[in-house]
Design a protein around this ligand. Structure first.
Ligand SMILES: [Fe+2]
Length: 178
């Protein structure tokens, strides 16, 4: 099975719910990609959105559970795995999407908009960034893309919209391979 087939099969077979929500992780990632598409994002960012929580799929598979802590770091696990196959533009925003949340949460309005589950995980992820950490993040390549991904991520939890299938993203996924 090649990587694209493997990804598609994981999307179809994984029925785990996205923490604290009524959508599955697969649906959540597809919705993020649909939102990115709706606002005419480049294919690389659509692909980032589509794969941003892929680390959760890997974490659930004990075979792939290398020496990482079980308490998460799904962004690093997803990044490490996907960077073997996908372009930098795709995987860098994935690596930073949790940092982007910690950055955005400095604003009260954004913090209040987070779900309860997301507020709890924010603490586990290290909490809100301080001034220096924020500045360091702003200087990173793919800072803007990471923030965009995070904003799409945040609203991709709806249960009342017509979902696309992962199969419809096959060509887009293939186009973003190394
Ligand atoms: Fe997400």
């Amino acid at each position: 099975m090649n990587i694209i087939e493997k990804i598609i099969s994981n999307f179809i077979n994984n029925k785990s719910l996205y923490i604290g929500e009524k959508v599955t992780i697969s649906e959540h990632m597809i919705q993020s990609a649909m939102i990115a598409e709706n606002v005419k994002s480049p294919n690389s960012l659509i692909c980032s959105c589509l794969l941003h929580d892929y680390g959760h799929f890997i974490l659930e598979n004990p075979d792939k559970l290398v020496s990482k802590n079980l308490d998460g770091k799904h962004e690093d696990i997803g990044y490490e795995y996907l960077s073997k196959f996908f372009k930098k533009e795709v995987v860098e925003p994935i690596k930073y999407h949790v940092l982007a949340k910690r950055y955005l949460a400095r604003e009260e309005k954004y913090f209040n908009s987070l779900s309860d589950a997301s507020k709890i995980s924010l603490k586990l992820q290290g909490g809100v960034l301080n001034k220096n950490e924020s500045k360091e993040f702003e200087e990173k390549d793919f800072f803007k893309q990471s923030i965009k991904l995070r904003k799409f991520d945040e609203v991709a939890k709806r249960t009342d919209i017509k979902m696309k299938s992962i199969i419809e993203y096959k060509d887009l996924l293939s186009s973003q391979l190394l």
